[in-house]
Design a protein around this ligand. Sequence first.
Ligand SMILES: Nc1nc2c(ncn2[C@@H]2O[C@H](COP(=O)(O)OP(=O)(O)OP(=O)(O)O)[C@@H](O)[C@H]2O)c(=O)[nH]1
Ligand SMILES: [Mg+2]
Length: 252
Amino acid sequence: MTKLCAASKAASITPTSQAKLAVNWMHTARFFTTAAQLHQLPAVEVPEIAFVGRSNAGKSTCINTLTQQRQLAFASKKPGRTQHINLFALGKQGQMDAVLADLPGYGYAAVSRSDKQRWQQVMANYLVSRKGLTGIVLLCDPRLGMTELDEALLEVVRPRVEEGLKFLVLLTKADKLTRAEQAKALSIARLQAGGGEVKMFSALKRQGVDEVAELLWQWSHPTGAQAGDVPVNAAEAQAEAEADTDSPSKPS
Ligand SMILES: Nc1nc2c(ncn2[C@@H]2O[C@H](COP(=O)(O)OP(=O)(O)OP(=O)(O)O)[C@@H](O)[C@H]2O)c(=O)[nH]1
Ligand SMILES: [Mg+2]
């Protein structure tokens, strides 16, 4: 197909909302690296967003839902499934413009005291000193509410939040609550989060997916989207690929 044809095909695609752009951006996620200790993590030059919360809160499932990938992060009925810090890269192929970090959960009763302490130390070090950390998503099961451990985490990150670190509390498994229960859980968590942003989320019902994707996109692109950064749909991706094929730098 000629460049002209590809361009006219792309031009016929209507402009899409930032939410769509963000959802497609999320879909570019792929495994980047894993580490048991903070010092084993590579330094990254792009914004990093960490998913934290109690064991079984739904962190790994949330990452899989946001990225529309069934098994990118390991999710399990059994608490304590995630035991390493797992990083996932976002951005067009060959480029990385942000990283998602899936962290092991805390508060899992069956873990030995020494393992708990070791992990709390790794976690605190990560939250306090990880360079490039741009945002934190704290996931809570609203049936348990924000627990002492969640509040301890809030305390650890408060100084960084005051310096501009983004922070979102996500109440997961919303499908388990009625509308009235959701409204109540939201208002309680908003009080506990001290004015921080709080949203409901359900992986099962895909509730909150677009909203969260858009927020994470904004956190990672504070100066706004670059037009054409991420193809917004399959047709556009196709048009772009065809235009690339015609580019003079590529062999014909
Ligand atoms: N009903 C419902 N179940 C969910 C939802 N999100 C997660 N779950 C379930 O909750 C359980 C725990 O999910 P994970 O994503 O593994 O939780 P995690 O926070 O990563 O847990 P750790 O890795 O142990 O820290 C699994 O059985 C999931 O299927 C949701 O939105 N709705
Ligand atoms: Mg997990």
